[in-house]
Write a protein that binds this ligand. Structure first.
Ligand code: HEM
Length: 537
């Protein structure tokens, strides 16, 4: 028995020693590789197993902003791999070359499992497959008919939003003067609902009733839509939100973790179920629209939503005579629609919340903005036309200045597959770059008083961003071939909402001293924005 115990002890000691040896070799190898990496750059020293995750974990936005002052214009950060962090607009030049296609990331099994990798454009790293989808996005979003439809739909949806605010405000007020109401509410929730509804209308031609669902959750009266369709639309939007959460989990964990680590395993199964529901729902929408198009008589004009254009592209139903182009496969139609939801909802929601915050914190900016809006929206104060939007130059300057201080997407990603010279170094294929938009936006050599919110930087002609010396000094929508295809639509949405909301309502922060409640992962999001809304006299 005693001998057996000694043998057991030796075994235990052996395992223990083996384990220590393994860890020592790993750590030695980790730092050997680190110290002998090509083109060593300054940056936080990585730790074995976790790299620099701990440096970014607490506040990634601050990390990106401060990296320039701490480590200079080119530095490195190690996460699951080494990233070269570029914080100077000139260093983006090669990666923003419009003649070159760059990947964002290498093959990702998790993204493939959740159904995103290789379809649509945002998670599509295969140039031959990405190119027709991207062309389609670009062509759709420059078509005037599409833009006119987007402006009209935004005006209509704003009216609905405005009715809900009025109804809630009046329900909450006890005085007899019903036009003198105030509504205290979380702006992020309304904006989230609004952008999902509007993207759904202009992309698929179908409603999601997200603002109606939020109104129903707060109000004693219910919206005019039947409960069943509101709930169905709301479920669809919630499944998109859940799908985005799933994307984050699946893109950042290996299949072993997803299959065997208990809590993550359950979550993964749940995300896959949600994926199946969402894909089935989108496939039904595509099928129904195809059937509607088939039944259409020749004298009827084709709808201008993106789904209709995707279905009819390169068929005899549209004017394309290019025989080399094939109709778009259903799986790509679904990928493109999903891209529009993923790329076009949270981004616009968050940017509009940041804009509102800065306007409320800067009364002189608010006053100047209101003077501009009041000059342009004179005849009908609850309708803004496409032409009006071109004249809202100060509002545009506010959007740019807000994006400079709080870019919704703080860093861009590029992966090179050939050797390139970037920032004075030769980089081998397989190098990953982070384009530090946040850091460039607050670079003291580019921006005088970088911390000050001053939309005039982009308003006065002599300070226009085109004259900043480098057009990549302000990177709201990325650049090069992977530039955001929805940028015109995003600007149209933001300007329309600014004009309509601030023309008609006085919006104040409930707690004027509270900073923005931000969380940065892939995007910087506003967790909550409590505002007080009342009609403008
Ligand atoms: C304020 C709103 C928006 C912001 C700040 C924004 C920003 C961006 C940025 C920074 C990128 C990465 C570009 C790069 O890597 O160089 C991007 C990509 C993309 N955006 Fe947007 N975006 C917005 C709205 C939209 C809208 C409305 C849509 C579509 C309806 C959209 C669809 C996409 C897609 C599909 C991509 C991927 C492009 C590719 O990989 O080739 N975005 N966006």
């Amino acid at each position: 028995m005693a001998i057996q115990n000694i043998i057991n002890l030796i075994y235990t000691v052996d395992y223990y020693l083996l384990f220590i040896a393994f860890i020592t070799i790993y750590i030695f190898n980790f730092y050997y590789k680190y110290l002998n990496r090509p083109n060593p750059l300054p940056g936080p020293i990585p730790l074995p197993f976790i790299g620099n995750f701990h440096n970014l974990l607490y506040d990634p936005k601050k990390f990106y902003e401060q990296s320039q002052s701490k480590y200079g214009d080119i530095s490195e950060v190690n996460l699951d791999r080494r990233f070269v962090l570029l914080t100077r607009p000139e260093y983006f030049e090669k990666l923003f070359d419009r003649k070159l296609f760059f990947m964002r990331q290498s093959y990702n099994q998790g993204l493939e499992e959740i159904g995103m990798f290789g379809h649509g454009i945002a998670f599509n790293e295969n140039y031959e497959n990405w190119k027709p989808n991207n062309k389609f996005f670009m062509d759709t979003f420059v078509a005037q008919k599409f833009m006119d439809n987007a402006v009209n739909s935004t005006n209509n949806l704003y009216k609905e939003l405005s009715d809900y605010w009025q109804s809630l405000g009046k329900q909450n007020t006890s005085n007899n003067n019903n036009d003198n109401w105030t509504l205290e509410t979380d702006f992020t929730k309304w904006l989230h609902g609004f952008t999902n509804d509007i993207v759904s209308i202009i992309i698929t031609g179908e409603r999601t009733y997200s603002i109606a669902a939020y109104y129903n959750s707060l109000s004693l009266k219910k919206s005019e839509y039947p409960d069943a369709i509101v709930e169905d639309g709301d479920r669809f939007v919630k499944s998109i939100v859940k799908y985005i959460q799933g994307l984050m989990l699946f893109s950042s964990t290996g299949s072993f973790v997803r299959q065997y680590i208990p809590i993550i395993k359950n979550k993964s199964v749940d995300y896959i179920k949600n994926r199946d529901y969402l894909f089935e729902k989108l496939d039904k929408i595509i099928k129904k629209r195809k059937e509607d198009i088939k039944k259409m008589t020749i004298d009827k004009e084709m709808r201008t939503d993106m789904l209709t254009s995707l279905i009819t592209a390169n068929t005899n139903l549209n004017d394309s005579n290019d025989e080399e182009l094939k109709p778009i496969a259903d799986i790509e139609i679904r990928g493109n629609i999903l891209d529009a939801f993923l790329g076009g909802t949270d981004t616009t929601t968050n940017l509009f919340c940041f804009i509102t915050y800065f306007i409320c914190k800067n009364p002189h900016v608010k006053q100047k903005m209101l003077s501009e809006i009041d000059c342009i929206l004179t005849s009908d104060k609850s309708y803004v036309s496409y032409n009006d939007l071109q004249k809202l130059r100060y509002c545009e300057a506010i959007i740019k200045e807000t994006s400079r201080l709080v870019p919704v997407i703080p860093v861009g990603h590029r992966l090179i597959t050939e050797e390139y010279e970037i920032a004075g170094y030769k980089w081998p294929p397989g190098t990953h770059f982070m384009l530090n938009f946040s850091g460039v936006h607050t670079h003291p050599k580019i921006w005088p008083d970088p911390e000050v919110f001053n939309p005039d930087r982009f308003y006065n002609d002599d300070l226009d961003d085109k004259k900043l010396g480098d057009k990549s000094a302000l990177v709201i929508f990325g650049g090069g071939r992977r530039i955001c295809p929805g940028r015109r639509l995003a600007m149209l949405e933001l300007l329309s909402l600014m004009a309509l909301v601030f023309k008609n309502y006085n919006v104040e922060l409930v707690n004027k001293n509270e900073p923005l409640k931000l969380i940065t992962l892939m995007t910087t999001t506003c967790q909550e924005l409590k505002v007080r809304i009342s009609p403008r006299p």
